[in-house]
Design a binder for this molecule. Structure first.
Ligand code: BGC
Length: 760
């Protein structure tokens, strides 16, 4: 049993098969006889169907997985198995009385994936995960996470894609399409505005409908329309006063009526307060299912508060999921996914998701670079991903930075390595005098930085060709980072200073690697580094992926999926975020097992958070208000250069299309991302200076080679939501279509006229 399950074991729903009725011959055959099966169910069975099997559910079959739907044997309804993602299929690697290990691949984080801006890679990652779900006998991966990265300290930012809904939505859609191509189902989550982890089961996100529609809902809308995920998970939180699973507006009006969503809506684990309200809202299934929910729904049907038709409608959706599932349709459980191939894909994604932020020419390393010295705790304790219910999957492939560099043919200075090993051991003893806790949700305290004295630094600088410093930040579910973690520690500052001084004095270069969950303060120290490579968190192949970029085997083509601000506090969202609140771990509150009491004096940013910035999140703010950033959204350097020429631009009915010729004008092969931003004419509604509407990525272009990218989007994608009229409005006038290499760099512009205002 995983720790999470132990935590909630007391809440487990004892699922017993209830009354057998006379219609025992009826069996679920497929979507065609769902209504017949529903008619043959007792009310009790129907209530069971809209709940999972409790935390203890799939444990015996698939230890470590998250839950399942409720099986009813007499009606031929099997359990459909749900397991966590988004970066790895979460399942215990060991099972009782079984000598086999059930390894799963740890892919890069979603934010790293997003930094590739490469939909093919997103599809590949989804496909690899889906194959593991399929081959290990499961049905649905509870992934991907799709909330907007509103703030760099958000505890689950690494599980999400971007501060921009178009980048996030398109990458997620590709991931879902890849995943579902294997026969497994996806689950986009946590719908919606789940932008902080502090008091996640009681926080009310107070957000304008315009911001909700244009930003927070938008990424889900894109994923729903472009990929039709089989399932969607509502969040733990409250949006504008209503728990998301209890919101008819969100679960039915927006999702189904407006977007045409066609799958199951399920709650997050133990989320929501009122199961009956959730049934009415169109949240079809409560996971993992609690006894109190069972009793409440049953009583409500019996006393007429909940019509049986509504219950039936929810049951119908769950049964449709069952009919789609691999378990229902039969598949061979091979227990042998191609982990080697998936590891190779993870390596490519990690390399392509690395963003080169600064480079004076030291990268790629010249052939003469052979000896490297590594500094910084994270160089020896690299962070492959975020925290969560970790520790159950040990990947056989995890490649450290030291190993990666050695695999790449570099000698890693052993004296420096020894000093760090001793330091890390001593620090670990100091921080955990009674041994490391076996499980933690909050990222564990990491060792303080080691600042080596001038003498050993000078000696190492004499013997090595280059210094590599790694700075790391880890985050995880259920807590947010604090603003001080956006900044460097005193130790990190001193280390950068001391290492740079020693190496520069010896005429050697210093490369800083950022091993991050999200953005970090870079403005104050980047001038001391000769190159800065943001590798984010590249999963089990991280050491190889970073080395591929350092050595030039991979020419970096990653672009930032989030802005790197100069200071925490520069973005207007920063002040409306629990950035100075120490995380408190109250497990029953975290997992919604405790009723939230109405508070007399609600605390700002804990009990409620006002999204005062409205639509001005990320670059939409910095760009519009001319505020300086350290590295803008969409930014990333290459070892080559590119030229851009707009070949054509047109609006044909509802479709906008731009063709751009991208030419590799440099000396080495490389890929490039074209970002298409639109500046709208002045209309009734105030708009950001420009907004990303579409993007494309070239193939690997040889020096001198060109590729024409066709970039398309819908004309109404350029509209804004008018709260007064409750409609999307496209102002008439001249639109500028900017071909950009980042949100701050326009390379070429086309103009197009919209003659008549349009609404939708
Ligand atoms: C998380 C979900 C996850 C679920 C099942 C919850 O605590 O918020 O993302 O899918 O647990 O493990």
């Amino acid at each position: 049993m995983t720790e999470k399950k132990m935590i909630v074991a007391g809440m487990a729903l004892v699922a017993g098969l209830s009354a057998f009725t006379a219609s025992a011959q009826v069996r679920l055959k497929g979507e065609g006889n769902i209504d017949e099966v529903i008619s043959a169910m007792t009310v009790e069975e129907k209530v069971h169907m809209v709940l999972g099997t409790g935390m203890a559910g799939p444990d015996a079959t698939f230890p470590g997985t998250a839950g399942s739907t409720y099986p009813i044997e007499r009606l031929g309804i099997p359990a459909v198995y749900l397991a966590d993602g988004p970066h790895q299929l979460w399942m215990n690697s060991r099972r009782e009385f079984d000598s086999k290990t059930y390894y799963t691949t740890e892919y890069p984080t979603s934010l790293t994936l997003s930094a590739t801006w490469n939909r093919e890679l997103a599809s590949k990652m989804g496909k690899g995960l889906g194959e593991e779900v399929r081959d290990y006998g499961l049905d649905v991966l509870l992934a991907p996470g799709l909330n907007l990265v509103r703030n760099p300290l958000g505890g689950r930012a690494h599980e999400y894609f971007s501060e921009d809904p178009v980048l996030g939505g398109k990458m997620a859609a590709a991931y879902v399409n890849g995943l579902q191509s294997t026969g497994a189902g996806a689950c986009i989550k946590h719908f919606v505005a789940n932008n902080q982890e502090t008091n996640r089961t009681g926080n009310d996100a107070q957000v304008s409908e315009r911001a909700l529609r244009e930003l927070y809902l938008k990424s889900f809308e894109i994923a729903v329309k472009e990929a039709q995920p089989w399932t969607l998970m509502t969040s733990y939180g409250i949006v504008n006063g209503t728990y998301t699973p209890e919101s008819h507006f969100l679960c039915t009006e927006v999702l189904r009526d407006e977007w045409g969503y066609d799958g199951v809506v399920m709650s997050d684990w133990n989320a929501g307060k009122d199961a009956v309200a959730s049934m009415k809202a169109g949240n079809n299934m409560m996971q993992p299912g609690q006894e109190r929910q069972y009793k409440a729904i049953l009583a409500a049907v019996k006393n007429g508060e909940l019509s049986e038709d509504i219950l039936d409608a929810n049951v119908r959706e769950v049964l449709r999921l069952v009919c789609r599932s691999l378990t229902f349709n039969g598949r061979e459980i091979t227990n042998a996914p191609d982990l080697k191939a998936h590891a190779a894909d993870a390596r490519v994604i990690g390399g392509e998701g690395a963003v080169l932020l600064q480079n004076d020419g030291v990268l790629p390393f010249a052939p003469s670079v052979k000896n490297v010295a590594l500094y910084g705790i994270a160089s020896y304790d690299i962070i492959s991903g975020g925290m969560g219910f970790g520790g159950v999957n040990i990947s056989p492939f995890t490649v450290s930075l030291v190993e990666g560099l050695r695999n790449g043919g570099y000698n890693v200075d052993k004296t420096v390595q020894k000093a760090y090993s001793a330091h890390i051991q001593a620090e670990t003893r100091r921080i955990f005098p009674h041994g490391k806790p076996p499980f933690s949700l909050v990222p564990l305290q990491r060792p303080d930085e080691l600042v080596l004295a001038a003498e050993p630094l000078a000696a190492a600088a004499g013997q090595n060709d280059v210094a590599i410093i790694t700075l790391g930040r880890k985050m995880g579910e259920a807590s947010d980072l604090m603003s001080r973690q956006f900044n460097l520690t005193e130790g990190e500052r001193k280390m950068i200073e001391a290492v740079s001084e020693a190496y520069h004095a010896a005429g050697k270069k210093v490369v800083v690697i950022l091993n991050l969950s999200c953005a970090l303060e870079t403005a104050s120290w980047k001038g001391q580094a000769d190159a800065v490579l943001c590798a984010f968190q590249g999963g089990e192949q991280i050491g190889n992926s970073i080395t591929d970029v350092l050595s030039g085997k991979v020419n970096p083509s990653g672009k930032l999926p989030v802005t790197f601000a100069v200071n925490y506090g520069d973005a207007p969202a920063d002040k409306n975020f629990p950035h100075d609140i120490e995380p408190v771990m109250d497990f029953s509150a975290l997992f919604g097992m405790k009723e939230n009491q109405e508070k007399k004096d609600p605390v700002r940013n804990v009990d409620y958070t006002v999204y005062e910035e409205s639509i001005y999140v990320g670059y939409r703010y910095f760009d519009t208000f001319g505020k300086e950033v350290s590295f803008p959204f969409g930014f990333g350097l290459s070892y080559t250069t590119f030229g851009y020429e707009i070949i054509s631009s047109a609006i044909d009915g509802d479709r906008c299309e731009l063709k751009v010729k991208v030419t590799n004008t440099g000396k080495v092969a490389g890929k490039d991302v074209v970002q298409l931003y639109v500046s709208a004419p002045k209309g009734k509604l105030e708009k950001p200076t420009k907004e990303l509407k579409a993007f494309g990525k070239t193939a690997l272009l040889a020096p001198g080679e060109s590729e024409v990218l066709t970039i398309g989007w819908n004309v109404m994608d350029m509209a804004s939501f008018n709260e007064k009229t409750s409609a999307w409005e496209l102002a008439k006038g001249t639109y500028q279509w900017h071909v950009c290499s980042s949100s701050a760099k326009v390379e070429a512009t086309a103009t197009q006229k919209i003659a008549k205002e349009r609404t939708m």
